[in-house]
Design a protein around this ligand. Structure first.
Ligand code: SF4
Length: 325
């Protein structure tokens, strides 16, 4: 196993509303190894995007990181001064968000937008070197070099998302977080953009955290999966083992909700709703929706435990395993 690039420990985020504190992230912990592709999957409201923003230290009021640690090669990101963290964003850890393609400046050519990112991080390049690097970046993400001179409105959705990936990798970060990077695109373009992301990841030797709700897309893209529910990680494991033998009832239902070519019946949604994070149920947060719930589930919240090599789960059905330390 490669060395650990990112260590996340007990990361907690609350959003303060008039109704009270919304526990959006409830103390998640995981490791990301060098070159590894980790998928975070779950329904909307499960805390995936909050996790992405917290790792980048981009949680804005009324949200607040309430505790925990994020170590990037041993450097504690949550303790850095703001200016140092600004430099680390993009240079070491970059985010391609769901709305990234809409965040391109509509009145600036693609070249300018990449130049701005380089300048913002004090990258010293001659004009010629900068042009050469921008052309190379665009080619890496599958765009023609001529796209540098285009405005965002001249690009298709897929091309815009590729331009955003070019900006995200312009300083060769060690970690790329991709938050539903293809959700606004049609299925064919989705796969092309995912292939592009994978090829740039492999070229840079970067690690990727891919966030999404589509288990099918995850299965083709990542090495390991973390399943999130109501602000918690409820199951983690290698992608093949986890998909072949899901341990948490929620993971099983997520998989069953996938449309399948073999299944004649329509894909089923998961019954019930994600609980309010203002007022989570006592016991296991999944118990109101869980087909396997039993008495203990109503009173005691399960913690994430290692049940076998590279498999962790938070469920009382697997509670005689040793606890993660
Ligand atoms: Fe279902 Fe109980 Fe496991 Fe929660 S702890 S997922 S309610 S069986």
């Amino acid at each position: 196993m490669n060395s650990i690039t990112l260590q996340v420990r007990d990361l907690r985020v609350h959003y303060y509303t008039r109704q009270g504190a919304v526990q959006a992230l409830n103390g998640i912990s995981f490791d990301l190894h060098a070159g590894e592709r980790l998928g975070l999957v779950g329904e909307s409201g499960s805390g995936k995007s909050t996790a992405a923003l917290a790792l980048m230290r981009l949680i804005r009021p009324p949200g607040k990181i309430e505790g925990g640690q994020v170590l990037l090669d041993g450097l504690s990101l949550l303790e850095l001064p703001d200016e140092r963290m600004r430099q680390i964003r993009l240079a070491e850890i970059a985010l391609v968000s769901q709305g990234a393609m809409n965040s391109l400046n509509p009145v600036a050519r693609v070249r300018r937008q990449i130049e701005d990112a380089l300048r913002d991080h004090d990258v010293k390049l001659t004009g010629r070197e900068r042009s050469e690097w921008i052309g190379e970046l665009l080619q890496r993400v599958g765009l023609p070099r001529s796209a540098a001179e285009m405005y965002p409105h001249e690009l298709s959705g897929g091309m815009k998302q590729r331009a955003c990936i070019a900006i995200a990798i312009c300083l060769k970060p060690r970690v790329i977080i991709a938050d539903e990077p293809t959700s606004a695109l049609d299925v064919v373009v989705q796969h092309q953009v995912m292939e592009t992301l994978e090829s740039v990841r492999a070229e840079l030797g970067a690690s990727v955290i891919l966030i999404g709700h589509d288990m099918g897309l995850m299965a083709q893209t990542v090495d390991r999966i973390g399943v999130m529910y109501a602000g918690d990680l409820v199951e983690t494991g290698g992608v093949e083992e986890l998909l072949a033998d899901p341990l948490h009832p929620y993971t099983r239902l997520l998989m069953a909700s996938l449309p399948s070519l073999e299944q004649k019946e329509a894909a089923r949604g998961i019954p019930g709703m994600m609980p309010s994070l203002l007022n989570k149920p006592v016991g296991c947060p999944f118990h109101p929706r869980c087909p396997d719930a039993f008495d203990r589930c109503m009173v005691e919240e399960p913690t994430l435990r290692t049940v076998r090599t590279n498999r962790d789960v938070a469920c009382h059905l697997h509670s005689d395993a040793r606890e993660v330390v």
